[in-house]
Write a protein that binds this ligand. Structure first.
Ligand SMILES: Cc1cc2nc3c(=O)[nH]c(=O)nc-3n(C[C@H](O)[C@H](O)[C@H](O)COP(=O)(O)O)c2cc1C
Length: 207
């Protein structure tokens, strides 16, 4: 191996996984060219057939990781029949990956209302007008619905939140950090806990 640093020390000493996520996320906000909060969300049918798509992280802390979506969408249907899911961040500028696994639960009505109405009026209109994941006969049908909602609620300045437009919080039981290291001798540490109230334990993994 070139140089005297043989990389024998891990770049991922054992710590609190939420604190480490915070530190990495703060660095990603500084370095990613766009959407540092974009994450892949993997869900699966009751029978175990997987599907994956990007969503935006809109809140996180010790109680979990929150995103917002349409509960009538494909992902919403899968979450309703199987709450087990996984999240993935890949911060290319930092050469880092974070994998999170656990169960999803819907956020409270108050939380969903507050987030929906924190969004720009046009965003409220766009999401209220969308039958997310359903077939659309032509883009015009969607833009006509957008226009109708815009006219109807323009004076009020906000759109009532459709009850199916909501958020989900993942309570993690596993969080795994991957850090690129020279010569592809990457670092991985996986944290797991048996339940929400249990303590985290962690181990390094071969990359
Ligand atoms: C960077 C990025 C961020 C996205 N964020 C969201 C989001 O926060 N919520 C959402 O419902 N869809 C989001 N989407 C769209 C989803 O990837 C997906 O197309 C949509 O939710 C329908 O997925 P489904 O049919 O599997 O339910 C995002 C797409 C991209 C590329």
């Amino acid at each position: 191996m070139p140089g005297s640093d043989r990389g024998e020390e891990t770049a991922l000493p054992e710590t609190d996984p939420f604190a480490l996520f915070d530190a990495w996320f703060a660095e990603a906000r500084q370095s990613e060219p766009n959407d540092p909060n974009a994450m892949a969300l993997a869900t699966a049918t009751r029978g175990g057939a997987p599907s994956v798509r990007m969503v935006l992280l809109k809140g996180h802390g010790e109680d979990g990781f929150v995103f917002y979506t349409n509960a009538h969408s494909r992902k919403g249907g899968e979450i309703a029949s199987n709450p087990q899911a996984a999240l993935l961040f890949h911060w290319k500028s930092l050469r880092r990956q974070v994998r999170i696994e656990g169960r999803l639960a819907e956020v409270s009505v108050a939380e969903a209302d507050a987030y929906f109405h924190s969004r720009a009026f046009v965003s409220q209109v766009g999401s209220a007008a969308s039958d997310q994941s359903r077939p659309l006969d032509g883009r015009r049908t969607y833009t006509d619905r957008v226009e109708a909602l815009r006219e109807r609620y323009e004076d009020a300045g906000e759109v009532p939140r459709p009850s199916h437009w909501t958020g989900f919080r993942m309570t993690p039981l596993a969080i795994e950090f991957w850090q690129d290291r020279p010569n592809r001798l990457h670092d991985r540490r996986r944290y797991t806990r048996a339940g929400e109230e249990e303590a985290w334990t962690s181990t390094l993994l071969y990359p």
